[in-house]
Design a binder for this molecule. Structure first.
Ligand SMILES: [Zn+2]
Length: 716
């Protein structure tokens, strides 16, 4: 789903471990991380050939086909596009091209109706307007707008306005004597961003009978700037679709939690599925929401709850009374994941995986077709290089996911199906969901990959400024610092959820990178996220989509060709130390938790990481010839390090989330050291101490594996 970055930043600052910003180095102009001087030169020459092959016109051809018609998961068009992607992969010379089918819970709406009963009878359109200058805004019937995984229901009740639908919002209402139970709650899509599934979760927990989520112009409409089709922000009738699956508990098909939805797989009953919401929910434009909000009595809403509508916001309950009727068909449907690879010449079982999802809410120009266009252009140039004899040492696997918008479904099922192979051989997963909604590169990643990311960002030219995209980022940061808004580093090491990297990081312990070019974008998950929007505002000429191909391709080739895996565990240890320090923010933690053993374990890891890096640097700069053979034991050990952060039973109450450094909050915001932190935040100190012990034990295992890796560096 890839939430708009501009709105995530606030959430991260609030969630703020704030730890990740320390000490990322300048990229060097010397050898590439993980390469010798000689192999660096070869690699740079290879990447220059990649850059020369890039063709925005080719990216644009794919983009036009992908955005010609709506292609949500489960639709015939999305199936056709799976075939299209497969055909392109094959034509570009990828190997082992295949479509994987999974049968997953994907209910479609039979009926979605909202009408006002009091103070006056009126039906709501729940539709988006067409504009004559943009044929895609009116040409196709895109069906009813709905929230994926809404429960069915038929509710008539008084309305309350619950701001963003966060716990503190309901607390405030309850303090005013307003009982949310049995009411229809109307809430805003919010700033800072919070996953709509969290709003549903909280509403369900509070006994709300039905939930309406609307787009206030304060957040993504006229208050931000010109609206579509004049500008990039959301017009009066735009509706943000999306899913509310509780995939912060377990992602993927809700009926096969933890295993793949392949033919013959065991399936649990929907009533048993923990990730299935039990509350009816509907998305709304502000044009439909306004008369509801205008008809609310009761106390005036607190000032911070006021949006940008020219009304006085009240909270109710009533006198506005609505009838909400939703009928979902409960269906299980096939989804289609397309894969292909360039087999590695020396270590084909080791894989660098590049993935993007294909399913869109409507046309999905930004989300995700810009990414799919980038994926196809990446396939073309990598295929071309392989055909001309430049095959990578390790395999590069390209995957095009389906039903990401529902439950991160395709990637999760695929990761669960191939867990053994991926556990053994996955070097890194590089995710691109929306490749382009503007010119600003945003990167999230595990800290061990920071140096490679910065090196690549320093080598790719920014289409607007003609400087490197790293410099473009620095200039942008300098101006936001001047406004007091800047922070940190190009690479954000706080990873939450909300896109297809989740299974790789949290279930498989594979290092991940998430890449996007962002900008002003107010039409997320509406039908106006279409070609017209992209050609006028987001990326006219597909230049940034093509720049993403260069970032993605160079990064993929570096990781696939490195003599020694370029994981920097020194930075990782520093980052984890920051995570540990951030625990101190939790009220009571300083008194209740003794973090000395964990801190000692991190310090020991840091020492081993320094030794390892010195040994690797020595080996890479020595005159002695290094061979794949002499390095294979070392590379194997290096691969194991991230896996050591996995705990078989997962974090408490969320066994699917196995990584001990990261899990998403229910809002999708990042949470570091989730086992410890969650227990501490709920004041369960006994559990927090137990989790701290598990963490310390994992850190010792990581340290041991790092030490073993250092001992495997070929001697002088
Ligand atoms: Zn997406």
């Amino acid at each position: 789903m890839k939430v708009p970055w501009s709105s995530v930043v606030g959430a991260l600052l609030i969630a703020g471990s704030g730890a990740a910003l320390a000490g990322q180095p300048e990229p060097s102009r010397g050898p590439i991380a993980g390469f010798t001087a000689a192999t660096s030169a070869r690699q740079r020459a290879l990447e220059e050939r990649l850059a020369a092959l890039l063709d925005p016109a080719s990216t644009a051809r794919h983009f036009r086909i992908l955005t010609e018609a709506p292609h949500p998961s489960g639709s015939e068009r999305n199936r056709e596009l799976a075939e299209y992607v497969r055909a392109q992969f094959a034509a570009y010379g990828l190997e082992d091209v295949a479509i994987r089918r999974y049968d997953v819970l994907l209910p479609l709406p039979r009926k979605v109706e909202v009408s006002m009963v009091e103070p006056e009878a009126r039906a709501f359109a729940l539709k988006e307007d067409g504009y004559p200058e943009d044929k895609h805004s009116y040409a196709a019937d895109v069906g009813p707008t709905y929230i994926a995984m809404s429960a069915s229901g038929d509710v008539t009740a008084d309305v309350i306005y619950a701001h963003s639908g966060n716990p503190e919002d309901y607390d405030w209402l309850e303090a005013q004597g307003i009982d949310p139970r049995g009411k229809i709650a109307i809430v805003r899509y919010s700033m800072p961003y919070s996953y709509r599934g969290f709003k549903a979760w909280e509403a369900q927990r509070r006994g709300v009978a039905a939930l309406i989520i609307y787009s206030d112009p304060m957040d993504d409409g006229y208050r931000r700037g010109d609206v579509f089709p004049r500008g990039p922000w959301g017009p009066e009738s735009h509706i943000q679709r999306g899913a509310i699956t509780y995939d912060f508990i377990v992602p993927g098909d809700p009926l096969t939690p933890g295993w793949a939805s392949v033919e013959g797989a065991k399936r649990i009953a929907e009533s048993e599925a923990r990730s299935v919401p039990r509350i009816p929910a509907v998305p709304m434009s502000w044009r439909d929401a306004r008369p509801i909000l205008e008809s609310l009595g009761g106390p005036m809403a607190p000032p911070s709850w006021h949006g940008a509508l020219p009304i006085t916001y009240h909270v109710g309950p009533g006198p506005a009374r609505l009838h909400v009727e939703i009928d979902m068909d409960g269906g299980t449907r096939p989804i289609w994941v397309v894969e292909g690879r360039i087999r590695g010449s020396e270590a084909p079982e080791e894989m660098v995986i590049l993935g993007n999802h294909r399913d869109a809410w409507v046309y999905g120009a930004v989300d995700p077709s810009s990414g799919t266009a980038s994926l196809l252009e990446t396939a073309r140039v990598l295929g071309e290089l392989a055909r001309s004899g430049s095959r990578p040492r390790r395999s590069i696997v390209l995957v095009n996911w389906d039903a990401e918008e529902w439950h991160l479904t395709g990637s999760t099922e695929w990761g669960e199906q191939f867990a053994t192979e991926l556990g053994k051989g996955a070097v890194a997963y590089l995710n691109v969901d929306s490749s382009t909604g503007g010119p600003d590169l945003e990167v999230s990643a595990v800290a061990s990959l920071n140096p490679t990311i910065l090196e690549v960002a320093g080598d790719v030219v920014d289409p607007n400024s003609r400087r490197s995209i790293l410099e473009a980022w620095r200039n942008r940061k300098a101006s936001s610092d001047a406004e007091g808004g800047g922070s940190g580093s190009l690479v954000d090491n706080d990873l939450g959820s909300g896109s297809d990297y989740t299974v790789f990081l949290n279930f498989l312990g594979v290092p991940v990178v998430d890449l996007t070019f962002d900008g002003p974008y107010g039409v997320y998950h509406s039908r106006y996220d279409d070609r017209y929007w992209m050609e006028h505002f987001g990326d006219p000429g597909c230049r940034y989509m093509t720049a993403m191909v260069e970032v993605w391709g160079r990064m993929g080739l570096r990781l696939a060709n490195a003599d020694v895996h370029a994981y920097d565990f020194r930075q990782y240890a520093t980052t984890v130390r920051g995570f540990l320090d951030a625990l101190g923010e939790v009220p009571g933690a300083a008194k209740e938790l003794d973090v000395a053993a964990a801190a000692t374990a991190i310090a020991a890891w840091q020492v081993e990481a320094e030794t390892l890096q010195r040994e690797i640097d020595r080996a890479l700069t020595s005159e002695k010839a290094l061979t794949a053979n002499s390095l294979s034991a070392l590379n194997n050990a290096l691969l194991r390090v991230e896996r050591e952060f996995l705990v078989a039973d997962g974090i408490p109450d969320r066994p699917w989330f196995k990584h001990f450094l990261y899990a998403p909050r229910f809002t999708y915001a990042a949470m570091s050291l989730p086992g410890v932190r969650e227990a501490a935040e709920s004041g369960n100190w006994e559990e927090a101490r137990r989790q701290l012990e598990v963490l310390t034990e994992r850190l010792r295992a990581v340290t041991e594996t790092t030490r073993r890796a250092a001992s495997l560096v070929p001697g002088p």
